[in-house]
Ligand binder design. Structure first.
Ligand code: CA2
Length: 150
């Protein structure tokens, strides 16, 4: 059985669809999960889509990905801007990781301009809403099995 791509979502992303649609879009986290599953299926891949409000749980999932995942997509939410623990876990994780943000963090408050985890990412996609997750799946597909995706 081929390993899935872990799609890890950080704090407050469970609230998607309930507030700030002008920043994060109208869709819910479940809509995002379904979109990722559809995109992965079209590329012959599987996703394991998760969300946690707890930094330690996200770190544990990144550690698990070392053996159980083919790749990682990480929207660390606000931990993006604070978490050396997630950076260290990602640096210790040999599978390719793409950092994703729904919003364009560089057009927002200055404290959102710095990401601790980018250093451990193959690439960063931000500002395209839910589409960014699909683009990240494509990027990982091309990295994991070149020839399967653009
Ligand atoms: O743009 C992104 O994806 C972020 O990672 C989202 C985080 C934010 O702290 C980052 O700077 C950028 C926040 C996620 C909170 O999502 C909510 C969604 C709806 C209602 C309230 C919060």
């Amino acid at each position: 059985m081929a390993k899935p791509i872990y799609v890890l979502n950080g704090p407050n992303l469970n609230l998607l669809g309930s507030r700030e649609p002008e920043v994060y879009g109208k869709g819910t986290l479940d809509d995002l999960r379904q979109r990722c599953e559809r995109k992965a299926k079209a590329l012959g891949l599987k996703v394991d889509f998760r969300q946690s409000n707890h930094e330690g749980e996200l770190v544990a999932w990144i550690q698990e990905a070392r053996t159980d995942a083919a790749g990682l997509i990480v929207n660390a939410g606000a931990f993006t801007h604070t978490s050396i623990a997630m950076l260290d876990a990602l640096l210790a994780c040999p599978v390719p990781a793409v950092e994703v943000h729904l919003s364009n963090i560089f057009t927002r408050e200055p404290f959102r301009h710095r990401s601790y985890i980018s250093k451990a990412a193959e690439g960063v996609i931000c500002g395209f809403g839910a589409l960014g997750y699909e683009l990240a799946i494509e990027a990982l597909a091309a990295t994991i099995s070149p020839g399967k995706a653009g």
